[in-house]
Write a protein that binds this ligand. Structure first.
Ligand SMILES: Cc1cc2nc3c(=O)[nH]c(=O)nc-3n(C[C@H](O)[C@H](O)[C@H](O)COP(=O)(O)O)c2cc1C
Length: 225
């Protein structure tokens, strides 16, 4: 599929299986910038991710400022990817976002025609009930949504000629301070530097299905075809 951006180049986007197989966690990025139109396209593909009840309870912070990047690297045990890459997506998860987002998603679901009046009125009472009952699992549920969105970003980036590295190695309170998050409930789900790779990296390989894929119940290994 050819995606035309208004500025300079035409990108021959990779298909999904190719992007999945080709993606590697890149540890060395060039400083080449990402064209704003390309970054916006990446954001569109990111927020196309599904979320529980379509709540879209992620908060995505694009860290681009050199001082912010340096601070983020320091909060990530000195990992250099966030300094080198032109942008690092910080995926934060807001367990309380449903309160603010609910009227907006109901309105949009109705406007798009995806949800009937009946569906919208059901969600209007079901979502607060469900979210409130989550109690201390609310953080985990919001993180699930944010990580699914981050996975969209990584695969879309690969498809558009960019590279990424999923990152778990950071100190949450420090990352929160850097992005200006004061809400104690806000969780950091993942950091994802995005840019042009400055290295070739091999696939470290995957375990055979027999190790971690089962049929019907655990420890009944999928035999393959
Ligand atoms: C949730 C998650 C967190 C990760 N955190 C880091 C990290 O902090 N630093 C790093 O260099 N790589 C990190 N990685 C990259 C993994 O080491 C890498 O995905 C794994 O070795 C497989 O390599 P591949 O991504 O090239 O297939 C992380 C990957 C995932 C999925």
């Amino acid at each position: 599929m050819t995606l035309t951006t208004s500025y300079v180049q035409e990108i021959e986007a990779l298909d999904v299986p190719t992007a999945i197989h080709q993606r590697r966690s890149i540890k060395s990025f060039s400083s080449d910038p990402i064209a704003p139109e390309l970054l916006e396209q990446l954001l569109e593909l990111t927020v196309a991710a599904p979320s529980s009840y379509n709540l879209q309870d992620w908060r995505i912070i694009l860290v681009q400022d050199p001082a912010q990047k340096a601070a983020l690297s320091a909060a990530s045990w000195g990992q250099q990817m966030v300094v080198q890459a032109p942008v690092t997506f910080v995926f934060a998860a807001d367990p309380n976002a449903w309160q603010k987002n609910l009227p907006l998603i109901l309105e949009e679901g109705l406007r798009s025609g995806a949800w009937s009046e009946g569906t919208a009125s059901y969600f209007k009472q079901a979502i607060p009930q469900f979210q409130t009952a989550l109690k201390d699992k609310a953080r985990e549920y919001a993180i699930k949504d944010a990580i699914i969105a981050a996975t969209h970003t990584a695969l879309a980036a690969e498809s558009l000629g960019l590279s990424t590295c999923f990152m778990n190695g950071w100190i949450e309170e420090q990352v929160k301070a850097i992005i200006g998050a004061e809400d104690p409930d806000l969780a950091i789900a993942l950091l994802l530097p995005v840019g042009y790779k400055a290295e070739a990296r091999l696939n470290p390989g995957r375990l055979p299905f027999s190790v971690n894929v089962s049929i019907d119940r655990l420890n009944n290994p999928y035999p393959g075809v």
